[in-house]
Design a protein around this ligand. Sequence first.
Ligand code: FES
Length: 189
Amino acid sequence: MERRRFLTWLCRTIAALLSAVVALPGIAFILAPLQQRRKESALVQRLCLLDDLAPGVPQEQVLTGNRRDAWTLYPRETLGRVWLVRRSGPEMEPAKAQVDAYSTICPHLGCEIGLDSSGKEFYCPCHKAHFFFSGELIPTNPQGEKNPSPRAMDSLKCHVVQDDDSGEWWIEVAYQKFEMGTDKKIAKG
Ligand code: FES
């Protein structure tokens, strides 16, 4: 009797272990998109050389890479766009050069921020929001209408880094998306 009970217990334990071995990869597969989303909260990329930027002249750059939508992988897609503005001139040594980066996503409702027709301001065409090259809001547009954006353009972490092999100086940006329609800059999770 004791022996039969032991064998029953042994069979159930082995069955449970085998089930776990079979189920674990499946669970990992199902949870993969969630882990990916957590990893994607800040995307760090080198976008261009410092020498490619003229002081005071905004330049748009695109972040590309693999995009995962649930369980599907899309290779080499556009993951985001940024405006880079070099603040310091060529007289400044590269290690101390100052470059600012801003998301092109409008904090109002998410349209793409470009340049206005004069080329002297940032401009969102959807509801006519104007911004200085510092990213700050311009309170009213040329027609006297109030700026609809609740906050300034979203600045991004940006560093000038030297490549170990080539010695070239690159602009590296940590790209993130932020909540829209609020005066607070809140990173999307
Ligand atoms: S989305 Fe840019 S002004 Fe409305």
